[in-house]
Design a protein around this ligand. Structure first.
Ligand SMILES: [Zn+2]
Length: 94
């Protein structure tokens, strides 16, 4: 007696997906490498959206050896300031 044909749907759901651990975005990874004083300075600029563009923050960090793009900072800002749209998973700034 032959086995019934396997259901493709059952087969597709036979394996539990691997959940990717939440990792800090590129900006979060840079912040983790900085000391408290430097972190506070960068976070101050990240909060201050009136005076600091994401491109400017990225440009200054990049010039200091922390390669970042304005888009990285924009996404981080959305994550830590508002949690809107395509935001990163870094903890909110208090
Ligand atoms: Zn982030």
């Amino acid at each position: 007696m032959s086995k019934p044909a396997p259901s493709p749907v059952a087969a597709a759901f036979a394996e539990i997906p691997v959940v990717k651990p939440r990792v800090p975005c590129k900006v979060g990874a840079v912040l983790a490498r900085l000391d408290d004083v430097a972190q506070a300075a960068v976070n101050g600029a990240i909060r201050d959206e009136d005076n600091w563009t994401s491109v400017e923050i990225a440009r200054r960090l990049d010039s200091l050896g922390y390669p970042l793009k304005g888009d990285n900072v924009s996404r981080h800002r959305r994550g830590v300031l508002s949690k809107g749209g395509d935001a990163c998973e870094c903890p909110r700034l208090s």
